[in-house]
Design a protein around this ligand. Structure first.
Ligand code: FE2
Length: 377
């Protein structure tokens, strides 16, 4: 019944690396109120203040706050007046990820290679300079209105990007141990998954490393299909979901309805100590999906011996799954904005390179209970 195809080592041979990517550079979320969103990500998720752009730096139409936690950089951007592209984005989608920026050595080459292979341009390569050096950026569209911006910053020593100044407010929250982005998932419309899989293969040189079908990921009511794309060095992983036929509305359809198009469904962030991270997040008000505590009664039977204390996992609602290479611990937040769209995953990998397939059923049932409460199932 399972159609899992895992050939992770092959990616190093297969991925045609005409577009070497060194990592995720930043993620920019368009929001209606950047000041308040920044405070939420600081106080609740433990991000630190890094940089700012807005009226005080000569930017007239928008305000951006840049936050950092270890290798993760989040940019929260809101419009400062009516009828801006950012405002229209927020009107259509609610708060949501606009930019998944990728760190490259050559932003001109990345743009030219991508466009030559069929990418729709978003931003022609441009050089941005200040007293700290220069950055070259370019951009292409991916699913929905989401874009990838290529960032070349080898000759830059500034705090973030030219045009931004250091942001040193009096309030800072303690970090909670979030280290880097493990993967970012896109939800696309019914029948569109393979188109976007092909986009990442052809345009970006990625390789498919996993696939799940509706037999892997289904409950009594809903189903989805997913394929996981990875770049050559494995630092960038983009699972792509599409809804599958179910008796009721799937979580992917609910997302598409409220987001108004394809878009980023969740950002998975890695920690080295998920019990400590999740304890802190919960004490600061971050809300998580909870599975029934019966999940833990058969946990050891399912995944074998693990280092963590099962009572702590049960108390916090942390899930565990095992694959051939090890195990992983994960937990999912509830949506982090008013619309039931984007959420976060906290993940700790102990050898496992997969995405928690063994948890899908328990998890989806938890999501459906919440959909039922929203009346959107
Ligand atoms: Fe995930």
């Amino acid at each position: 019944m399972s159609t899992i195809t895992s050939d992770i080592p092959k990616i190093y041979e297969d991925a045609a690396d005409f577009m070497p990517i060194k990592g995720t550079d930043y993620v920019e979320i368009y929001v209606s109120n950047a000041k308040q969103a920044a405070h939420y990500y600081k106080s609740a998720f433990g991000f630190q203040s890094l940089a700012f752009a807005g009226l005080e730096t000569g930017v007239k139409d928008r305000e951006s706050f840049v936050l950092v936690q270890d290798k993760i950089r989040l940019v929260l951007t809101a419009p400062l007046k009516a009828n801006t592209t950012i405002g229209k984005h927020v009107d259509l989608h609610g708060d949501g990820v606009k930019v998944v920026a990728l760190w490259v050595d050559d932003a001109v080459n990345a743009f030219e290679e991508a466009v030559k292979r069929g990418a729709k341009p978003y931003m022609e390569p441009q050089v941005e300079e200040d007293e700290n050096g220069k950055v070259v950026r370019s951009g292409i569209y991916t699913y929905g209105e989401t874009v990838h911006i290529f960032v070349e910053r080898n000759d830059y020593n500034g705090i973030f990007l030219p045009g931004f100044k250091a942001w040193n407010p009096t309030y800072e929250a303690n970090p909670v141990g979030l280290k880097y982005i493990d993967h970012m998932v896109g939800n696309v419309e019914l029948g569109e998954m393979n188109k976007w899989v092909e986009f990442y293969e052809k345009v970006m040189g990625f390789t498919q490393i996993l696939s799940f079908d509706d037999k892997d990921i289904s409950t009594e009511y809903t189903a989805l299909m997913s394929k996981v794309m990875s770049n050559g060095n494995g630092r960038i992983k983009f699972p792509i979901n599409e809804p599958a036929d179910g008796m009721k509305k799937s979580q992917v359809e609910e997302y598409l309805d409220f987001y108004g198009s394809a878009g980023v469904q969740h950002i998975a962030v890695a920690t080295d100590d998920i019990v400590s991270t999740v304890k802190q997040l919960q004490s600061r008000g971050v809300e998580f999906l909870k599975v029934p505590t019966t999940y833990y009664d058969v946990l050891e039977e399912r995944v074998g011996k693990i280092d963590e204390d099962i009572d702590s996992l049960r108390e916090l609602g942390i899930l565990v799954d095992r694959d051939d290479e090890g195990y992983l611990l994960q937990i999912f937040t509830r949506p982090v904005q008013s619309r039931p769209t984007m959420f976060f995953e906290i993940i700790q990998r102990k050898g496992a390179t997969s995405f928690g397939k063994g948890n899908f059923k328990a998890l989806f049932e938890a999501i459906e209970r919440e959909q039922e409460l929203r009346g959107t199932l």
